[in-house]
Design a protein around this ligand. Structure first.
Ligand SMILES: Cc1cc2nc3c(=O)[nH]c(=O)nc-3n(C[C@H](O)[C@H](O)[C@H](O)COP(=O)(O)OP(=O)(O)OC[C@H]3O[C@@H](n4cnc5c(N)ncnc54)[C@H](O)[C@@H]3O)c2cc1C
Length: 270
């Protein structure tokens, strides 16, 4: 029985961080199994099926992503395999590999755990992106953040976005977005909060230039404290906000950044 890992490699053939992490998962399961790491590159489902149909592996591992989710769905149908999306971990019990599919359900209030019983298991592992061009606060998964700055269309993709990110950096917050922002390609889909994005429940949510559409509210209204900054006093988000600032973000954010920065300088001196 085999474990196949499909992941991006660097141009020089060395392992990317993602590939190395997936290989670690594979190593933890291998025992007497064969492991095979293949560069996913431009591989299609048909390319993988060519090999997999001859001798189906026990496990196929991908990093969770849009492309790999589509590949996994096709492979699962063709190989009659089980798929576990967004896995946090895998365990090996006796000779059987039990894939633990752990994911939040019921508005993040419970974690569900599923065990795959098919002969071939396909797992999409959650591996946090660590793009070196991003500062650490931009890499915090939005559904794990305690403090979250949400960028709305009102921020635009220029100086307003930069100010929102600067605020996030100053207070150690993760950066999330509305669908208007991810649709425009200003931030990746992984940052989207709402009905068709992620459900979040931080201790503090700060919406900047966010109108508060029902689909967005569905993903964040259970946050402990909601702070909204919007120049339109009739914006629906104010109905849900614990603290509302009616004002232009270009005026409000520099003041907040300066104030929070001075608090942290003060704290460091104590
Ligand atoms: C089926 C479906 C699913 C959807 N799923 C989601 C989802 O998961 N998540 C989601 O977010 N949306 C979702 N949407 C889209 C949603 O309906 C809204 O269109 C979207 O949330 C609006 O994003 P926004 O608030 O950033 O933009 P806008 O509605 O354009 O609001 C921008 C706000 O910024 C304010 N503003 C502008 N300039 C400034 C300034 N200088 N200073 C301060 N404030 C300013 C404006 O007053 C306005 O209130 C979905 C829609 C559909 C139909």
């Amino acid at each position: 029985m085999d474990i196949w890992v499909y992941a991006e490699k660097n141009r020089d053939g060395s392992l990317t961080r993602e590939a190395a992490r997936l290989w670690e998962f594979a190593e933890s399961l291998r025992r007497d199994r064969n492991g095979l790491l293949t560069d996913i590159g431009d591989l299609s489902a048909e390319d993988i099926l060519d090999s997999a149909k001859k001798k189906p592996p026990e496990v196929i591992l991908f990093a969770s992503g849009e492309k790999t989710k589509s590949l996994a769905a096709i492979l699962a149908v063709e190989l009659d395999a089980g798929v576990s999306a967004d896995c946090f971990g895998i365990q090996c019990t006796d000779k059987k590999i039990r894939l633990h599919w752990i994911r939040p359900v019921y508005d993040n209030s419970l974690l569900a755990e599923t065990v795959c019983t098919k002969n071939t298991h396909i797992a999409l592992m959650r591996i946090a992106a660590r793009d070196p061009s991003l500062t650490w606060h931009e890499t915090i998964p939005i559904d794990e953040a305690e403090i979250l700055v949400c960028v709305g269309r009102g921020c635009g993709n220029g100086p307003g976005m930069a100010l929102a990110k600067e605020l996030a950096k100053t207070i150690g917050a993760a950066v999330g977005a509305t669908r208007a922002v991810t649709d425009a390609g200003w931030l990746p889909l992984s940052k989207q909060i709402g009905q068709t994005g992620k459900y979040v429940r931080p201790r503090v949510y700060i919406g900047i230039g966010v109108a508060g559409a029902i689909q967005h509210l569905a993903g964040m209204r259970n946050s402990d404290i909601i702070i909204a900054i919007n120049r339109d006093s009739r914006a629906p988000i104010f109905e849900y906000a614990d603290y509302g600032i009616v004002g232009d973000l270009y005026t409000v954010l520099p003041i907040m950044i300066e104030d929070f920065a001075s608090i942290s300088v003060h704290k460091n001196k104590i």
